[in-house]
Design a protein around this ligand. Sequence first.
Ligand code: NAP
Length: 285
Amino acid sequence: MQILNGNEVAKQIKLEIKAEVEQLVANGSKKPHLAAILVGNDGASMTYVAAKAKDCEQVGFDSTVLRFDASITEAELLSEVEKINNNPEIDGLIVQLPLPKHINEKKVTETIKWQKDVDGFHPYNVGLMFKGLPCYLPATPFGIIKLLEHYNIETTGKNCVVIGRSDIVGKPMSALMLNKNCTVTICHSKTVVINSFTQKADILIAAVGIPNYVKAEMVKQGAVVIDVGITRVDDSSEKGYKLVGDVDFENVSKVAGYITPVPGGVGPMTRVGLLLNTLLAVKAK
Ligand code: NAP
């Protein structure tokens, strides 16, 4: 069994991005600039945005975090998005989700100009992705593809089962694996006898959000197992919680051929996906 080490691969790709930024700047271009909108005080969201800003610094990007109180109205937030849409200094914009309940997330993400939509959530980018055309790919599926490519994992003709059909992970992941010539099955909460599908998967991608959901008996011997799940589970550590994936790592790792750990698997690759999209936003100009 081999660990698919997202931390190591992300580190390597970040060095490549840094070198490319240096070259761009040497050729007279401005540095890529990512803006992030953060609404409210959700602990996980604040951690994610801080990590993205740190990534930008590491690769030589500029970054701006725009923080708003949870009481901001939808109209005010949309107007802030429009301001960034029209700001030529900013190449990419992400809005950290979730947003407070009184704000329509779909409306906000769809207000981001598709040329600055480095999260790849805008319907125009989604359409391009489904057609296999150049676009901003959603960061998590993009990062997973980069990870599979790094380890030269064959996809053509393989059975890929994706568990989860969210707009940000499951659906785009299935489209990208189809583009990589897999035979793709998507499972979800209404799938009947899910084991009968997962046991046939050469590549099994779990994006469910239920800790340790994928058990060893669900996995084919030698399969590639990608664990997207991150759930905060309370424990007695200083932080008060630990991150737990969707895969029962201890037992599934005895059956799988390749497996991503949590943390240190898909998470860092997601962040790299965002950086690659932001670099693309500058190059596309
Ligand atoms: P989501 O929107 O809640 O979607 C979860 C999916 O799992 C849904 O399609 C749901 O089916 C399905 N599901 C729920 N219970 C199931 C069950 N018992 N059997 C089979 N399928 C079931 O979540 P998401 O945004 O895709 O995220 C999934 C997980 O990935 C979360 O833990 C999230 O924190 C994590 N995540 C990690 C990263 C990263 O960078 N590592 C990035 C994004 C998300 P229905 O559609 O039928 O409800």
